[in-house]
Design a protein around this ligand. Sequence first.
Ligand SMILES: Nc1nc2c(c(=O)[nH]1)N[C@@H](CN(C=O)c1ccc(C(=O)N[C@@H](CCC(=O)O)C(=O)O)cc1)CN2
Ligand SMILES: NCC(=O)N[C@@H]1O[C@H](COP(=O)([O-])[O-])[C@@H](O)[C@H]1O
Length: 214
Amino acid sequence: MESSCRILVLISGNGSNLQAIIDSCYDNLNADVVGVISNNPDAYGLIRAHQNEIDTSCVISREGESREEYDVRLDAAISRYQPDLIVLAGFMRILSPALVERYEGRMVNIHPSLLPLYPGLHTHARAMEAGDSEHGASVHFVIPALDAGPVILQAKVPVYGDDTIETLSERVHEQEHAIYPLVVKWFSQGRLQMKDGRAWLDGELIGPNGYAPD
Ligand SMILES: Nc1nc2c(c(=O)[nH]1)N[C@@H](CN(C=O)c1ccc(C(=O)N[C@@H](CCC(=O)O)C(=O)O)cc1)CN2
Ligand SMILES: NCC(=O)N[C@@H]1O[C@H](COP(=O)([O-])[O-])[C@@H](O)[C@H]1O
């Protein structure tokens, strides 16, 4: 039997996407969450990892430390897990180019907007303020430019007039928990790759808005 794809998940908070990926690995023998790294020692996602007997590490920023200096320590922690795929799941730090380039093609992120709309933070508020009728989430390969990597898969949700950030965020989360495990599964099956700066599934180029079945 081929060795299982070693998944390392980076978090900063609740870890509901981590939980969805952990749960999916019980049905996907090709993938195994081998570790969880958090920059926040109070992240509930660490409890989720412990509940599933998954090793955890915390890399906490230090006073006066540069982004690059932090990322050297983060990379040391990452290397200990020897991951095949690094999954950013609500990891709230911008990674330095050196670190991203080291793992380019095997680092993915989930972002709570329909990229290229609303890179960065506070995406739900921005979509509501813009009066958008739809919103959603995007899974993309990570490149040095923030939230600009090739999109792999998106999910759309409606925005209702009486939505709050909480109701919209919950609707987006539901879709995130469906698409992120699917992308992890594709990668663990060897079907998904980043080549020439673009995303490919089964040898077919994925379009700018992510995979869309015929
Ligand atoms: N080089 C890259 N790093 C990261 C990417 C990326 O595409 N390229 N994706 C992000 C995830 N992310 C949105 O999906 C994101 C995370 C964090 C921030 C941000 O502004 N962080 C601030 C600190 C914010 C805070 O502490 O609350 C910072 O790092 O200065 C924006 C977008 C992960 N990294
Ligand atoms: N810019 C990064 C960002 O905002 N990511 C978002 O953080 C949340 C993490 O939730 P979780 O901890 O419950 O998985 C998710 O909604 C993810 O899209």
